[in-house]
Design a binder for this molecule. Structure first.
Ligand code: ADP
Ligand code: ZN
Ligand code: ZN
Length: 730
């Protein structure tokens, strides 16, 4: 029987689909339709075709337009997306809208808008150029096109205007054609660059992974500079040779021209880049090139994982430990986990690489879920960095710097080298205090102190973004004796300028790299040695190599050792190893120093003396004892409202619903409601419920059973709430 009804997932925050009547054109499952919704039209995805509905046919509105004649995604990717929507408890229509290019979301056709091209006519081919000495631009058009057709925009880039092209067209010398579909890249695939001979560990990794073109997950643990990228390039060879595509994920900050160029230089195949900076047309074209196998290599950040690929051969996730793989709002997926899921569905190998794998991945390697491959030697004989702990107990600190650190800095600077300091705290000082009575300037909308920003002369709240002028008087006793408490990067910068007036200091943090291209410009200036002292938050630690930096110091590691966030020590260890790997070169080994009041701390000791692997083994052991991930799985139900009582009540009701559901308590624990770590933010009171289960299945069962009833609670419509499955920040 021909289906009469389409079930459509729409981009609305509701966990259901909507029925629409099929008119003359038959939609496809996985393709888009435009449908009336309330007073407007919406673009949605058809998830099923059927003949039955709970509504009488005459009440069902007809589809307004069928937008696709084929599904947008391959069946395997579509399956992954459906799974992700269920697992992350995010409405399917919203999830699908999130992962499709903006142009498709707006209903544009899913076909490449091929550009206008110009070619010579017979008359144009014969026209003697010597007759055009007084029209040099026109002559140039003919000269360029005699080498072959060119696109309109390429001609404009040759400093020719649309007016000139029009004039030449009117003379009958050139004509417009639609851009030709390029010859399939598979026909001319070649390795076009001389490549280094792999060392034995690299060769072993390549051979192991290439031995099996089917799904398996590999964890390549290799110190920075050990040649992981070189391994990826070698893995791509047989894939591309078979005519299949490679999907490469990189962290947000790692998508540099250098990385992209290494893939472009090695093979003569089309490479597309996917990141948040693309406009609608660029994004759609990249997406279509991936879908139609016109792009052989797709490199991109987190969301590039959702590029459909007609013929996928391998997935690589570089710097797999990076926090940017987790989406932190709306559709809170983890791109690394979904990459493994996708590899499984598409039956292709998944390669995770890092110098500092996350504990979850190491655990998977240990338990045999992943194959563990190690690259232990730095390519090009680079020396290993030295490191040391600076015990600062009882020492006088100048803007957080101890005398031994300052002396060490002076030594390195006087030898013509660069020095890099890390401090993960923006601003001048984390608080402003009254010296008379102890009053602290507090954000009115958050349970947090204002950060003092001296350069912009204001107090700023890092949680809600509100700001105000620096007060001259205490808000409690009226005293004018206000002092700053603690040290931020701005203060460190000011102090260094006083301590080392003969050297130039540069600070790199979110405050001064907002402008597009700013970070790139600073990094270039650093490479040109325009600055000798570099101060940064962790954004400086990623993806950049600093060959002239010979001393790296972590100014304050204590806050990470004693943080409430159980992942803080892991992140500190990753930062430590990453910065160590980025500094120095063969002739100039790097030296890494940590300032701490707890030099005897066990995790610090094993990190310093035995390296990341020992640290990770001990940290995993601690997680096991404490029943923390990867030995258990968390979910967080966050809720917030201007009325504290309302949120609390909502979560109490949710808790009652959960307690009534049949899974025994010891299988999936529910904790709370409890105030969230920052209880009040931007004027809203925040509460949370924590779920903890021994595995993903139980966690998901528990949530799936209770959520429909929770969504029915009247308060669920009054408070803002969301679910974060396997949250990264708790
Ligand atoms: P990673 O990705 O682990 O940081 P890369 O692949 O970027 O390491 O390698 C670091 C440097 O060493 C690069 O300049 C690369 O060209 C070079 N390199 C990698 N493998 C080899 C090798 N087998 N022989 C010589 N040089 C190599
Ligand atoms: Zn605030
Ligand atoms: Zn006071």
């Amino acid at each position: 029987m021909t289906p009469t009804i389409a079930q459509v997932a729409l981009p609305v925050p509701l966990h259901k689909t909507f029925d629409y009547r099929i008119t003359n054109e038959m939609p496809v499952v996985g393709g888009r339709v435009r449908v009336p919704f309330g007073k407007q039209y919406k673009v949605g995805i058809v998830v099923a075709l059927t003949n039955t509905s709970e509504f009488p046919l005459e009440q069902i509105k007809p589809i307004n337009a069928v937008l696709d004649s084929t599904p947008l995604w391959t069946p395997s990717l579509y399956k992954v997306l459906n799974w992700a929507s269920r697992y992350y408890q995010y409405p399917l229509g919203d999830a699908l809208a999130t992962v499709m290019p903006g142009a498709l979301r707006k209903g544009k056709p899913a076909v490449k808008d091929r550009e206008k091209c110009w070619q010579l006519t017979e008359a144009g081919k014969e026209q003697p150029l010597s007759a055009l000495t007084r029209a040099p631009k026109q002559a140039r058009v003919l000269t360029l096109l005699r080498q072959g057709a060119m696109t309109h925009s390429d001609l404009l880039e040759e400093e020719l205007s649309a007016t000139i092209l029009k004039a030449v067209e009117e003379k009958g010398w050139i004509e417009a054609i639609k851009e030709q579909r390029a010859k399939p890249w598979q026909q001319s695939y070649e390795v076009v660059e001389d490549k280094p001979r792999l060392n034995s560990e690299q060769a072993m990794a390549v051979a192991t992974i290439n031995a099996n073109p089917e799904f398996a997950c590999y964890l390549i643990e290799g110190v920075t500079g050990s040649g992981k990228t070189e391994v990826y390039l070698n893995l791509l060879e047989p894939v591309l040779k078979r005519g299949q595509q490679a999907l490469i994920l990189v962290p947000e900050i790692g998508l540099t021209p250098q990385t992209i160029n290494r893939f472009k230089r090695r093979f003569n195949v089309p490479v597309v880049v996917m990141h948040s900076g693309l406009n609608d047309t660029e994004r759609l074209n990249a997406w279509l090139a991936a879908r139609d196998n016109e792009a052989a290599i797709i490199i991109g950040t987190r969301s590039a994982l959702f590029s459909p690929c007609k013929s996928l051969g391998i997935i690589v996730v570089d710097e797999e430990h990076d926090a940017s793989y987790k989406q932190q709002d709306s559709f809170r997926y983890h791109a690394r986990d979904l990459a493994v899921m996708r590899g499984h569905e598409e039956n292709v190998p998944v390669v995770l690489g890092s110098a500092t794998p996350c504990l979850e991945s190491l655990h998977n390697a240990k338990t045999g879920k992943y194959h563990h491959l190690t690259l232990s030697v730095r390519a090009g004989n680079a020396l290993k960095t030295q490191n040391g702990v600076l015990d600062i107990r009882g020492l006088y600190l100048e803007a957080g710097l101890s005398a031994p650190l300052i002396a060490e800095m002076r030594k390195h600077l006087s030898q013509g080298n660069q020095v890099m300091l890390f401090l993960n705290r923006r601003g001048y000082a984390p608080a402003l205090m009254c010296h008379e009575c102890g009053w602290l300037a507090e954000c009115k909308r958050c349970d947090a102190y204002y950060t003092l920003h001296q350069s912009s002369n204001e107090l700023r709240c890092h949680h809600c973004g509100s700001q105000r002028p620096i007060p001259h008087q205490c808000g409690s006793c009226g005293s004018t004796q206000l002092i700053s408490v603690g040290v931020g990067t701005e203060q460190l910068e000011a102090q260094l300028e006083t301590l080392f007036p003969e050297y130039k200091t540069i600070r790199i943090d979110r405050d001064n790299t907002r402008r597009k291209g700013a970070l790139e410009a600073y990094l270039n200036a650093i490479h040109n040695k325009e600055y000798q002292i570099l101060i940064g938050t962790q954004m400086l630690a990623k993806g950049h190599h600093f060959p002239d930096v010979t001393l790296v110091a972590l100014v304050d590691v204590d806050s990470a050792l004693f943080s409430n966030d159980f992942r803080a020590p892991e992140r500190l260890a990753q930062l430590f190893v990453q910065v160590a790997g980025r500094a120095g070169r063969a002739s100039k080994p790097g030296y890494v120093l940590l300032q701490t009041h707890h030099p005897e701390h066990a995790l610090l000791q094993s990190l310093i003396h035995k390296g990341y692997d020992s640290f990770a083994a001990e940290a995993l052991n601690e997680r096991k004892m404490a029943y923390l991930p990867p030995y258990s799985y968390f979910a967080l139900l966050r809720a917030e409202s201007h009325h504290s009582g309302e949120v609390e009540q909502f979560l109490h009701q949710a808790r009652t619903v959960l307690d009534a559901s049949p899974i025994p308590e010891d299988e999936c624990a529910v904790m709370g409601p409890a105030p969230a770590p920052l209880h009040r933010r931007a004027g809203r009171f925040r509460w949370q419920l924590i779920f903890q289960a021994p595995n993903r299945k139980i966690l998901q069962q528990r949530l799936t059973m209770a959520l429909p009833a929770i969504r029915q609670l009247p308060l669920s419509k009054k408070v803002r709430w969301s679910l974060d499955i396997e949250p990264q920040d708790m």
